[in-house]
Design a protein around this ligand. Structure first.
Ligand code: CU
Length: 268
């Protein structure tokens, strides 16, 4: 039985290693702060493991050593001030130790000064709107057509055949690698939440309020996320795609976007 469960667990861990899309732990991400967030998470995790081993260890040893069959006599005291002081003080000290690196990272997360790029994100039921403040580019980002078609009842489309089913959009948020990107988030209707695990960002988009956050991606790539706040019937159909590209490719993208915008304007 034990061997079976162990093999099962091992299989689970190995499967997660083999299939990157299916992982037990949070991702390390592609920004310095996502790595720091991951390290904090692991630090707290190992603290919890150590506390678990100590507490359950003492408990199991006590139960075993002082069992009735060995003729153990129950203690008669009802109160111990010393024990209460100790088991209050130790967790307080542990929490204080944890809070120092956590506070350092949180201060960095809030520091949105001197961005290279600012994007206003407005959430809608059920899509995102991106507006590059200085580049004069804006567009909606909605669920990609293949997913829209496949998700319809009796569409006849096998979702397993759709790439990135429910995780792809028509227009991705494009940003340059190594640039400090400030995100200003708000909503047009209800509360949504802009969540991209690889960037370690999950920030609420609230009507009437502008929330701020930032990231600086160190690696070129496509990073996917979803709305993380129940926002209505199509909450599951407003994914997020962030394309991190080389600075030159970003400039080229900005230029083509501007050309497209000019064409649209002259056609009207
Ligand atoms: Cu939403």
């Amino acid at each position: 039985m034990i061997r079976k469960s162990f093999c099962g667990l091992l299989g689970l861990v190995m499967a997660s290693a083999a299939n990157a899309e299916w992982a037990l732990n949070m991702p390390k991400g592609v920004t310095d702060l996502s790595a720091e967030t991951y390290d904090l998470h692991m630090m707290v995790f190992w603290w919890c493991v150590a506390i678990g081993i100590v507490v359950f260890g003492v408990m199991i040893i006590s139960l075993f050593k002082h069992r009735k069959s060995k003729g153990a006599e129950p203690a008669t005291f009802t109160h111990s001030t010393a024990a209460e002081v100790i088991w209050t003080a130790i967790p307080v000290v542990i929490l204080l130790i944890m809070s120092v690196p956590a506070a350092e990272t949180m201060i960095k997360l809030e520091d949105t000064r001197d961005p290279d790029l600012s994007v206003v994100i407005t959430a809608y039921q059920w899509k995102w709107h991106y507006k590059y403040q200085d580049e004069g580019i804006e567009f909606y980002s909605s669920l990609a057509r293949p997913s829209v078609d496949a998700r319809r009842k009796q569409s006849g489309v096998d979702v397993n055949g759709v790439d990135n089913y429910l995780l792809d959009v028509d227009n991705a948020l494009v940003v340059p690698k190594g640039a400090k990107v400030r995100l200003l988030m708000t909503s047009n209707d209800v509360i949504h939440s802009w969540w991209v695990p690889e960037l370690a960002i999950k920030k609420d988009a609230i009507p009437g309020i502008v929330n701020e956050t930032w990231f600086k991606a160190n690696e070129v790539g496509t990073y996917r996320g979803q709305c993380a706040e129940l926002c209505g019937k199509d909450h599951g159909y407003m994914p997020i795609v962030v394309e991190v590209v080389e600075p030159e490719a970003f400039q080229a993208w900005v230029d083509t976007r501007k050309d497209d915008g000019a064409k649209v304007a002259s056609a009207q």
